[in-house]
Structures are given as structure tokens and as C-alpha cells.
Design a protein around this ligand. Structure first.
Ligand SMILES: Cc1cc2nc3c(=O)[nH]c(=O)nc-3n(C[C@H](O)[C@H](O)[C@H](O)COP(=O)(O)OP(=O)(O)OC[C@H]3O[C@@H](n4cnc5c(N)ncnc54)[C@H](O)[C@@H]3O)c2cc1C
Length: 333
């Protein structure tokens, strides 16, 4: 009999975890209290690169780069098997002044192609994917692989009197039983673990984003200045983000943040000054100390694993994070 696994949370992390286990022949159930990919994984920019790597510890950069290295093949496979194109591209990223000699030296020391151009630093290999399309393709792929997807099913905080979980209950009274459970509930991972969340220092960190629509694309590189970025999509849409706010589970999109983002956008790319803003949203990142995710078995249980806390880089880290979890569950390391 195939081993069974229940994954709670169908963001990028839950989806890639489901894909990895299903590809290894497991019987996978993927549960989300709303729709697949409706939270942070949808809200993000799809930049597959740290912002900026010379400000992060090696552990974060290595993890992000490992994730990035999987993306071209992952997106090609998703496109070929589902017909939905996640629009992966090595579009490059141009960093506007304020970068220091340290940045260029860091790139040279770490083998990241970089060139100085007109007082900007161009990183030509930085890539992006388009989140909503990536998630739609993942959904189609998971269903084709036979994953059982249960959307609109909210699991209650964990209750168990033994080290082995035998069932996890949903708000509407269903009981989910399996050999292994994985918490991939992003910013909501601690409340989901309830009284067993003591060693899980994950908290929501809000990020707001604006979406512009230009009649046709006027630039192709990601533009970056002072922790603010513009991400051009192929069809003239441009994302402008984002904020970093410690406001609990409040998912409002605020007028002040919207105005601040619009000011920065127009300053970085004057063509946006009069371009229509077609959407303004916020998402809750699963914040973790030093941006280091929790991947592995929960100390209190024999059959409960965590894959959460990816903070600013969960979309990028997702493929390699899923592989690492699989290796642990399968006893490969
Ligand atoms: C504005 C913004 C910009 C970002 N930009 C980037 C970027 O450019 N590149 C990058 O790599 N990352 C980026 N990120 C970070 C990235 O989006 C997150 O790290 C990543 O989405 C986390 O994925 P996740 O699957 O853990 O969480 P989520 O996508 O939030 O998924 C968690 C899921 O769990 C479900 N859930 C919660 N509680 C329950 C429950 N009780 N029962 C059932 N289901 C439950 C939720 O409904 C949700 O669908 C950005 C984030 C934001 C907000």
C-alpha cells in the first residue's frame, strides 16, 4: 500500500510538497481553508532572487539559489504537462544607485554575473515567475497526478494526546487520517498547531503591492531601488512592491501604503505616473527569525512535520524545501 500524507496549506510550499511526494508515489491529500494559492503565494512578486543577497546570511542565500536553480525546469515541465505557462524568464534585475562597491565584489566572489552600467548594477541572470499562473499550473498538475485536493476545508488547531497523530479534525467535522502530516500553513502555522506551537516562531508580516497596467511593456528588467521594486510582466502589467509591516493577521490594503508605493513607482519609472493602478492588495508572509524556514519533524510528534516560515522567499525556496522535507520523511538523511 502507498504511504499516505496529509499536507495542510496549499500555498507554494504545500503545492510543491504535494508534487514531490506524489511524484515519489505517495498518496497525497492537500487541504486548504480557502482556495489553492489564495494567500501569500498569490500575493508575491515572483522574484526568484534575494533582496539583496549581500544583506543576508549565507544560509538564506544558498537556500534561495538552490530554489532558483530548479525553476526553469519546473516551469517548463508545468507548461508542457498542463498547457499553463508560469512565464518563467531570466529577465535580469537593475539596481539603482545606493549600491556600494561591496555589492559588485559580493557578486564576483559568489559567481553571480553582474555589470556596472550607467551608475546602475545589472544582474542579468535574475529570474521571475508569474505567481497566479504558477499556482494554476501546479493545481492542474497535482490533480493530474491524482492528489486529493480539499479546498474550503479549514483544519482546527491540532489536538492529540499521543505522540502519533491518528486524525486531524476540520471545522466542518471531517477527520483526516494519514501516516504523515505536514503543516504548510504559512503565516497561520502557529495558530494551526495550537498548544503545540511553542517552538514555532512564525508570525505574519504584511506586504502590500500595487498592480499597474501599461498598454504595452516598456521595460523588461526588474527595477530595484531602496527596498522597492517594479516587476514587469510580459503583457504590460507591472507589480510595485512592497511593504514590510508587523500588524498581526490584519490583511487590509491601506491608503497610506498605496500612496507611498505609487510615489516610489512614479519616481523609479515616470511612465507609471499616469498609468492606471488596476489592483492593490496585501499578503501575509510567514515571518521567521533571520528568514530561515522550519523544515523537519515537530519535536512533540512522531508523524508531524513542518514546512513553513519561508518569510520573503517562499516561492523561490519551495521546490528545494519540498525536496529537503521529502529526504527527511523518507529517511534519506
Ligand atoms: C507582497 C509580497 C511579496 C513577496 N514577494 C516574493 C518574491 O518576489 N519572491 C518570493 O520567493 N517570495 C515572495 N514573497 C514571499 C512568499 O510569497 C511567501 O514566502 C510564500 O508564499 C509562503 O508560502 P506558503 O505556502 O508557506 O504560504 P501561503 O501561500 O500563505 O499558504 C498558506 C496556506 O495555508 C492555508 N491555511 C492556513 N490555515 C489553515 C487551516 N487552519 N486549515 C487549512 N488551510 C489553512 C491558507 O489558506 C494558505 O493558502 C512575497 C510575499 C508577499 C506578501
Amino acid at each position: 500500500m502507498k504511504p499516505t500524507i496529509t499536507i495542510i496549506g496549499a500555498g507554494a510550499i504545500g503545492c510543491l510538497t504535494a508534487l514531490t511526494f506524489a511524484s515519489h508515489g505517495w498518496n497525497v491529500t492537500l487541504i486548504d481553508r480557502s482556495r489553492l494559492g489564495g494567500e501569500a503565494s498569490w500575493a508575491g512578486g515572483g522574484i526568484l532572487f534575494p533582496l539583496l543577497p549581500w544583506n543576508y546570511p549565507d544560509e538564506v542565500n544558498e537556500f534561495v539559489f538552490a530554489g532558483t536553480s530548479r525553476y526553469a525546469a519546473l516551469c517548463a515541465e508545468l507548461r508542457d504537462t498542463t498547457g499553463i505557462d508560469p512565464e518563467y524568464s531570466e529577465c535580469g534585475m537593475r539596481i539603482f544607485p545606493e549600491f556600494d562597491a561591496r555589492a559588485l565584489a559580493w557578486c564576483q566572489a559568489h559567481g553571480i554575473p553582474a555589470e556596472l552600467q550607467n551608475e546602475t548594477l545589472l544582474l542579468p541572470k535574475v529570474a521571475q515567475a508569474r505567481n497566479p499562473r504558477l499556482l494554476a499550473a501546479l493545481k492542474a498538475r497535482l490533480l493530474a497526478l491524482g492528489v486529493t485536493l480539499r479546498e474550503h476545508t479549514e483544519l482546527l488547531p491540532l489536538q492529540s494526546e499521543t505522540r502519533r497523530i491518528t486524525a486531524w479534525q476540520s471545522k466542518d467535522g471531517q477527520r483526516f487520517s494519514s501516516d504523515i502530516y505536514v503543516v504548510a500553513a504559512g503565516a497561520w502555522s502557529a495558530p494551526l498547531l495550537g498548544e503545540f506551537a511553542a517552538d514555532v516562531p512564525i508570525k505574519p508580516m504584511r506586504g502590500q503591492m500595487l498592480l499597474y497596467k501599461l498598454e504595452s511593456p516598456v521595460f523588461t528588467e526588474i527595477l530595484y531601488r531602496e527596498d522597492f521594486y517594479l516587476v514587469p510582466r510580459r503583457d504590460g502589467h507591472v507589480l510595485a512592491g512592497s511593504t514590510m509591516e508587523d500588524v498581526g493577521f490584519d490583511k487590509s490594503a491601506t491608503v497610506e501604503a498605496g500612496e507611498a508605493l505609487a510615489r516610489k513607482a512614479a519616481a523609479l519609472l515616470p511612465a507609471l505616473k499616469h498609468a492606471p493602478i488596476v489592483q492593490h492588495w496585501s499578503g501575509l508572509r510567514p515571518g521567521s527569525p533571520d528568514n530561515i524556514p522550519l523544515i523537519g519533524r515537530h519535536a512533540g510528534f512522531d508523524n508531524l512535520y513542518l514546512n513553513t516560515g519561508h518569510f520573503r522567499y517562499g516561492v523561490t525556496m519551495a521546490p528545494v524545501s519540498a525536496e529537503r522535507l521529502f529526504e527527511q520523511v523518507a529517511g534519506l538523511n
